[in-house]
Design a protein around this ligand. Structure first.
Ligand code: KG4
Ligand code: ZN
Length: 320
């Protein structure tokens, strides 16, 4: 079995996954409540919380799988991109466990991890496919040619799609993280109530900052009672604009790459309107869209392990 560890942002996660891609345990401890009062993740607070949680979360994953460290053949961990202090907690824990058991360690890229969420059982997707990776930190169109080869065809010029959801939620006075809140509220709103712009960017890139500004202008003149009255319409129209931008680029990228199969991964892939707007796209179950360690263990199946004890000098990286 592969023990996966993920601590790149505000989720402390551990999982046990078999070589065949079967999930035996997948434990995620979210720190969202801890960061909610600040309206976003506070990096130093996240690092400290990871430090408290990483051992209990790993223990819980082992217990859930009915396994011990004797059953672990490899330790997989997110090396980057993410918050550097947060990453270092997981990386250090992984090194310590691997070193103490003389096991190999697999350093995994978080974005490869999101894509590898699609390779988990019971119905794994096989490359090639065109993948939209949309999370709180990234928005990428990736031509996935095989388990080990891919090409980025487009990315965001400013905010990530998840960031656009989070910032929009903040302007609407909703909680953090905002994507799920907007998703929920939008169900009661009229998506045609406001005409928010979909940025026109050349090629296959995205831009979400203009949309955020448009929402800012829409809410700026409203008092609390007015905002309350049109909050659901604003959420629905704002979500519609983000989804439209994503869907248009996914279709264009698929055509450009000549791919028939589509997939969506990352936290924003949990969005109900996006999933409905791309009915032909493969998507992992909701729990595997947002950050988790099962996807990290899954990705490790396709990455060359670093043998004992060479991995002790591995460092985390904040960006790709
Ligand atoms: O992949 P993820 O858990 O973490 C990163 O790697 O960033 O993605 C988190 C992002 C947040 O911005 C969150 O607001 C967004 O995913 N998100 C959603 C939904 N659930 C989570 N966005 C839209 N609709 C959702 N249902
Ligand atoms: Zn992520």
């Amino acid at each position: 079995m592969i023990l996966g560890i993920e601590t790149s942002c505000d989720e402390t996660a551990a999982a046990l996954v078999t070589e065949g891609g079967e999930i035996r345990a997948n434990v995620v401890s979210s720190q969202a409540d801890l960061h909610a009062r600040y309206g976003g993740v506070v990096p130093e607070v996240a690092s400290r919380r990871h430090l408290e949680l990483v051992t209990p979360v790993i223990r819980e994953a082992l217990a859930e799988a009915g396994a011990t460290l004797d059953d672990v053949d490899r330790v997989a961990v997110t090396q980057g991109p993410g918050l550097i202090g947060a990453l270092l907690v997981g990386l250090s824990a992984a090194k310590a466990i691997a070193w103490s058991r003389r096991l190999p360690l697999v350093a995994v890229d978080h974005l490869d991890g999101h894509i590898a969420s699609l390779y988990l059982g019971p119905e794994p997707l096989e490359p090639p496919f065109l993948c939209l990776l949309a999370s709180g930190g990234h928005t990428l169109l990736v031509d996935v040619r095989s388990h080990t080869s891919s090409e980025v065809l487009g990315t965001t010029r400013d905010d990530a799609a998840g960031e656009a959801f989070d910032k929009g939620a903040r302007l609407l006075g909703l909680g953090y993280p905002g994507g799920r809140e907007i998703d929920r509220l939008a169900r009661d709103g009229d998506p045609d109530a406001y005409d928010f712009p979909v940025a026109r960017v050349d090629g296959l890139d995205f831009s979400f900052s203009g949309l955020k500004t448009a929402l800012l202008y829409a809410v700026r003149g409203l008092d609390e009672a007015d905002l309350e009255a049109c909050r659901a319409d604003l959420a629905a129209s704002y979500q519609r604009a983000i989804v439209r931008a994503l869907v248009a680029r996914v279709r264009a990228a698929a055509e450009r790459a000549g791919r028939e199969r589509l997939a969506i991964v990352g936290g924003v892939a949990a969005n109900s309107e996006l999933r409905a707007a791309l009915p032909d796209a493969a998507a992992a179950p909701l729990a595997l869209c947002t950050d988790n360690a099962a996807m990290i263990a899954s990705a490790a199946r396709y990455v060359e392990p670093t043998p004992y004890p060479r991995y002790l000098c591995l460092d985390a990286y904040a960006s790709r």
